[in-house]
Design a protein around this ligand. Structure first.
Ligand code: NAD
Ligand code: DAU
Length: 355
């Protein structure tokens, strides 16, 4: 890794990944390539913006000419591809953008990387890598006693978001099989931690609870996700870049699966301690209309990455949640800026008013 293009580096996981990379790699140049959609926020990397190893390029992964020019200009040898539309609820209300970005955007990146790296033999083979960041949602939903998903589990995506990510995974795999583009893929579970956009479950619950607003629980709240601290995810991706086998997929997960309601109650208890409000925050819990096609249960088997590459998550969910709650309490200004800038209220109304 010399010149790394991180797509979607102004988003939640991408910004944590860039910070992680800069903290562990000295001889590196990181180009953050991001369109700054509603979910992108250049302020997420304010602390590294003057680092000479880092630079920001505003661009869209669907723009083939600009992607091509950027690969060439910075002699990119490694692409770490996070850029995507990432919110399941938004994909239910507006699926088209998910196909554009997640399918066509990934295709464009793959095709331009192939032209630059393979057709023109621009850089030595050994130095190139296209790493694609994907999700466990491509596997669908599990019944109560079904075993966890492995890398061999057939894809069965249920939401437009999951289907668009599954399509992108297939394209990445096909570029390796057909053209020998040097790729790796990670499929990971629900990330949480600092800088997560306040539309996903954990930040929604923390922020609503602080403001005394209802805590919206979809359906019966017994849906199960695997929760992975974003720092653990970033470490896993770096390890796959260093030691992962070309053409391989690795599952990444936090190895814990509480029901949504348990997560919400835990956050409420943490806020009762940190910001007592006179009544338990859990009194705000409100059951609302379920998500369409809501996946019931996720569970991801991480045996491959732990046995082959030696990766393990370092955060327990309790510690990770505690740190996350503290981070939001200390960064309410960051939340406020997002809410003012990015039509946040419009989304909240669109998603929650009719529930
Ligand atoms: P996010 O929504 O916080 O950030 C997405 C970033 O991509 C934003 O900065 C946005 O501006 C950028 N972007 C969107 N469209 C773009 C385009 N056309 N061109 C360039 N940039 C564009 O997402 P996240 O939660 O950080 O997720 C990052 C990746 O990880 C996604 O691919 C997602 O599918 C995957 N993933 C996320 C989770 C999770 O729990 N958040 C879990 C598994 C996989
Ligand atoms: O599993 C990995 C996926 O995790 C990623 O690929 C996605 O990018 C990421 O957004 C996440 O998807 P989920 O749909 O699982 O995350 P979300 O935070 O939206 O919802 C988590 C669970 O909480 C889910 O069962 C729906 C429920 N939920 C969510 C919101 C926003 C609620 O009950 N209330 C809410 O207000």
């Amino acid at each position: 890794m010399n010149n790394v293009l991180v797509t979607g580096g102004a988003g939640f996981i991408g910004s944590n990944f860039i910070r992680h990379l800069l903290s562990v790699e000295t001889e590196i140049r990181v180009v953050n390539f991001d369109a700054l959609t509603y979910a992108g926020n250049a302020d997420n990397l304010k602390d590294v913006q003057n680092d000479s190893r880092y630079l920001f390029v505003q661009g869209n992964i669907c723009d083939a000419d600009f992607v091509s020019a950027t690969l060439r200009k910075y002699e990119i040898d490694t692409v770490v591809h996070f850029a995507a539309e990432s919110h399941v609820d938004r994909s239910i209300l507006g699926p088209r953008q998910f196909v554009e970005t997640n399918v066509m955007g990934t295709f464009t990146l793959l095709h331009e990387a192939k032209k630059f790296w393979l057709d023109e033999s621009s850089l030595p083979q050994i130095t190139k890598r296209f790493h694609h960041v994907s999700t466990d949602e491509v596997f669908g939903s599990l019944a109560p006693h079904e075993p966890a998903w492995t890398e061999e589990t057939p894809y069965a995506p249920n939401s437009p978001y999951a289907a668009s990510k599954a399509s992108s995974d297939h394209l990445v795999r096909a570029y390796q099989h057909t053209y020998h583009l040097p790729i790796t893929i990670t499929n990971c579970s629900n990330n949480y931690g600092p800088y997560q956009f306040p539309e996903k479950l954990i930040p929604v619950i923390i922020l609503n609870a602080l403001e005394g607003k209802p805590l919206p629980v979809y359906g019966d709240g017994q849906q199960i996700r695997d929760w992975l601290h974003v720092q653990d995810h970033c470490e896993a991706i770096r390890l796959v870049l260093q030691k992962g086998k070309i053409g391989e997929t690795y599952n990444v997960g936090g190895v814990n699966q509480p029901a949504n309601l348990t997560i919400i109650e835990t956050i409420c208890e943490m806020l009762d301690e940190a910001r007592p409000s006179g009544a338990p925050h859990k009194n705000l819990i409100t059951f609302v209309k379920d998500r369409l096609g809501h996946d019931r249960r996720y569970d991801i088997d991480t045996t491959k990455i732990s046995t082959e590459l030696g990766w393990q998550p370092r955060h327990t969910l309790t510690e990770g949640l505690f740190d996350t709650v503290q981070w939001y309490l200390a960064n309410l200004e960051w939340v406020q800026t997002i809410r003012q800038r990015q039509d946040y209220q419009g989304w909240i109304d669109a998603n929650y008013k009719a529930r």
